[in-house]
Ligand binder design. Structure first.
Ligand code: AMP
Ligand code: MG
Length: 279
């Protein structure tokens, strides 16, 4: 059984039945070991993807405050080559962003061929926070699921590999983390009244997340629900899904690079012959 819950396209999602404290029967030490092994394979595949220049990778992270988006990014970045990876964070839209369609700012940030981009929050905020706070009409919001699916299909058709993670924590765990921030002088800067007021809307957010997961998990852009109460298990589950996502492409990238290598060697040989260079 994979560590993260794959949301089968068209299936219903019951977040209550998915344990945020799940840990696959592992202890931290074993989980860290497995993550490290997987991470090294992911690193190798990301390098291949970069060199082959045939695909790009878009990784979307969503979850409520304190769910561990920043921590997950740190964990992923410790394996991938940061020269070909970027992080794009989505905050409250600026005036300019708000004066465009909701996908504009996301489209601008998607990775080019060979590259990888991690979305820290994403275009999904426009069916999450926007829906919970009724920032647009219900009609407009409802249409967005389909618009998101079309957008992601366009990216996939252009070579982007998409994988989306919902970091699933419990309400109790969130409280613990928020209180821990107050205790830790180095973390207190993260405190925000908004975190506590948004927490009052927990149920509405869970419903909005559920609807987004159900409406927008597709073959070309699947959602995974990641048990995230244990940070070490969260990082393992993400790394495993990442490896599973990239693996089917590995052979193609490898073969393509081999062909390119043969071509380069031929060119080099011709150059040496022409210039009478001996090695
Ligand atoms: P943080 O990720 O903690 O820095 O917070 C960013 C804040 O921006 C969160 O409260 C998000 O819900 C909010 N945000 C992101 N995108 C949107 C959006 N499209 N509309 C309104 N608020 C947003
Ligand atoms: Mg925050």
């Amino acid at each position: 059984m994979p560590y993260a819950h794959y949301v089968k396209p068209g299936s219903t999602v019951k977040l209550k039945d998915l344990d945020p404290s799940g840990h696959g029967g592992l202890e931290k030490e074993e989980a860290d070991f497995r993550r490290h092994e997987m991470g090294q394979r992911v690193e190798e595949m990301q390098e291949l993807m970069y060199a082959a220049n045939m695909n790009s990778l878009l990784l979307v992270l969503q979850g409520c405050d304190t769910s561990g988006k920043d921590g997950s990014i740190k964990s992923i970045l410790s394996y991938v080559n940061v020269q070909s990876c970027r992080v794009a964070s989505f905050k409250q839209p600026t005036h300019l962003e708000a004066s465009h369609d909701f996908l504009w700012r996301a489209h601008e940030q998607v990775p080019a061929l060979g590259g990888m981009t991690i979305f820290n929050r994403s275009h999904y905020e426009d069916v999450l926070v926007v829906r919970v706070h009724d920032l647009v009409s219900k009609q407009v919001c409802k249409k967005r699921y389909e618009q998101i699916n079309h957008f992601e299909e366009l990216l996939a058709d252009s070579g982007t590999i998409i994988v989306k993670f919902f970091l699933h924590i419990s309400k109790d765990e969130q409280e613990k983390r928020l209180l821990a921030r107050e205790e830790d002088a180095d973390k207190s800067w993260k405190l925000s009244v908004g975190d506590w007021s948004e927490r009052e809307l927990w149920k509405d957010y869970q419903k909005a997340f559920t609807d987004a997961l159900e409406a927008c998990s597709t073959d070309c852009a699947p959602w995974y629900v990641v048990p995230a109460n244990h940070k070490w298990f969260r990082d393992l589950a993400i790394m495993e899904a990442l490896e599973t996502t990239l693996k089917p492409y590995r052979q193609t990238w490898h073969e393509h690079l081999k062909e390119v290598g043969v071509e380069r060697k031929k060119e080099l040989e011709a150059y040496r012959q022409k210039n009478n260079i001996k090695t």
